[in-house]
Design a protein around this ligand. Sequence first.
Ligand SMILES: O=C(O)CCC(=O)C(=O)O
Ligand SMILES: [Fe+2]
Length: 286
Amino acid sequence: MQTMATAAIEHAMTLTPMSEHIGTRIEGVDLRHLDDGDFAAIRQAVFERGVVYVPGQQLTEEEHIAFARCWGGIDVNAYFPANGGYPEIAEVRKSENQKTNIGGGWHTDHSYDQVPAMGSILIARETPPAGGDTLFASMGAVFDSLSDGLKNTLRGLRAVHSADHIYKADGLYAQTDQGADLKGHDIRTLANHPVVIRHPKTGREILYVNPGFTLNFEGWTREESLPLLKHLYGVAEREEFHCRVQWQPGSVAIWDNRSTWHYAMNDYHGHRRLMHRITLSGEALE
Ligand SMILES: O=C(O)CCC(=O)C(=O)O
Ligand SMILES: [Fe+2]
């Protein structure tokens, strides 16, 4: 009896909020052997809380891919280096000698695609002795905090997004010590999305612009767009809308690109950090 009771307690999956608006930490679960109920609860937490953090996992590359397939399709990232034998897995890496990291500024992955990826499953493989956290922001909570007048104005706007200024041959990363690792310098991207989207699964209104990839409001010049974009970015940068993931080797984070921004902190110079990322296919936004 004692053993059975202990087993039952060990199996119980626990979900703990990481901050008021965003993030759920999940424990008491092994992502390699999920039953349908636990998988559904994790999916719901990703949709409602933006990011889920699951420490202490031991997924191999094959198990990472198998878990990702449970969510739907996999998008192969066009820019990040692939992990040796597994084209589905992109490596996000920084060596002892590099000064620049990937994702070291607030952004939403793939907003430059007309059908943006739904999210990512990131696994920490090598972590620095300290630092290298990832911050996430809730763009639903940011939208909720705006005045009714500004909300209404934003509901009538669309925005133009691109990744060319970041990844092309003379773009931002090419100037840095990450340049040689990245590929896709000749890819051109241009997408346009509503500034306020409805989350495809929860229906929640979300502010969908970001400093990494949003160029301007449709029909406005960049110069005209920047003051309003900067105001919105200033709101989203408030810590009350954030949570922080602190990685150990094996930790897994699953995030929803529609409802979050993220920021990989670059505060561990002289140490290696290696992450394995699988990008999950998404749907058009409206
Ligand atoms: O390394 C990280 O924590 C995240 C990097 C990033 O922006 C990404 O994988 O999309
Ligand atoms: Fe990113």
